[in-house]
Design a protein around this ligand. Structure first.
Ligand SMILES: [Zn+2]
Ligand SMILES: [Zn+2]
Ligand SMILES: [Zn+2]
Length: 263
């Protein structure tokens, strides 16, 4: 019997988060808590294995708010600030790993991490003062973590090599792509038979490195997962208005803390 796979969206916002600093638009000033969006991160829990994808600037507050007890591995999609700037706060999790918390991503992202967090692998620091981690580069081959098989999903997103991830057990499959401007055919082919697809949909206006709402709807139709969710939503998106727009497409607009279980 396979253990259930639990997932929680720890953040569903664009790079600025909502409310955005200094903005008095109707979404940024909305009293609806579903319009309060932290930067994107996803928690996966299956049997004894806990994974997180991305450590945004809100990371510490997210893990405290949503009660993440421990971490067995961290996956990074890419090294943009809105996905990594909470990285130092993996310290509390990484100290449980004598040989270092495994941190996986493509080689370019890990190189950028070593530049941006140059103190992490330098000798001479107290192991408890800095994240105790090991960077493990991934190409495109699947990786096994406890009961979970993880397949990197390469996607274009400006000049930085970027991954989404497919996460599955023999009985469940979920895919998460929080930042991309398109899904190439080879990656689209890896999105078959999904229980859950979580895909970025920044705003309705075109953007050079992000999918628009319409593009995301189109891809979600083609992927045809049992549950389709959008994320990386900027402040153009009032939750209830967007949900009414996406309802006919059987797409759900999640909020921070939105959780699901695949049994
Ligand atoms: Zn982003
Ligand atoms: Zn705003
Ligand atoms: Zn990005």
């Amino acid at each position: 019997m396979t253990s259930p796979l639990h997932y929680t969206l720890l953040g569903t916002g664009g790079s600025h988060g909502t409310p955005s600093i200094g903005c008095d638009c109707p979404v940024c000033t909305s009293p609806n808590p579903k319009n309060y969006r932290r930067r994107c991160s996803l928690h996966i829990h299956c049997a004894d294995t806990h994974l997180i994808i991305d450590t945004p600037p809100d990371f510490r507050e997210q893990v405290l708010t949503f009660g993440i007890p421990r971490l067995d591995a961290l996956l990074l999609t890419h090294a943009h600030a809105d996905h990594i700037m909470g990285f130092d706060d993996v310290r509390r999790f990484s100290h449980a790993h004598p040989t270092g918390l495994p941190v996986y991503s493509n080689p370019d992202t890990l190189q950028q991490m070593q530049k941006k967090f140059d103190y992490v692998l330098q000798p001479g620091y107290d192991r408890y003062a800095t994240p105790n981690i090991q960077f493990i580069p991934l190409q495109t081959e699947p990786l096994q973590l406890g009961p979970l098989t993880i397949t990197p999903l390469p996607v274009p997103h400006g000049p930085s090599p970027t991954f989404g991830y497919r996460i599955e057990t023999p009985h469940h499959a979920l895919a998460y792509i929080p930042d991309c401007q398109a899904i190439p055919p080879q990656t689209l082919n890896m999105l078959d038979n999904l229980d859950v697809m979580i895909l970025n949909a920044l705003r309705s206006q075109p953007h050079p490195t992000h999918l628009t709402t319409e593009q995301s709807i189109d891809y979600l139709h083609r992927i045809n997962a049992t549950t389709s969710l959008v994320t990386h939503l900027n402040h153009d998106n009032d939750h209830d208005t967007l949900q009414a727009q996406l309802q006919p497409h059987r797409i759900t607009v999640p909020w921070d803390g939105f959780t699901g279980t695949l049994t």
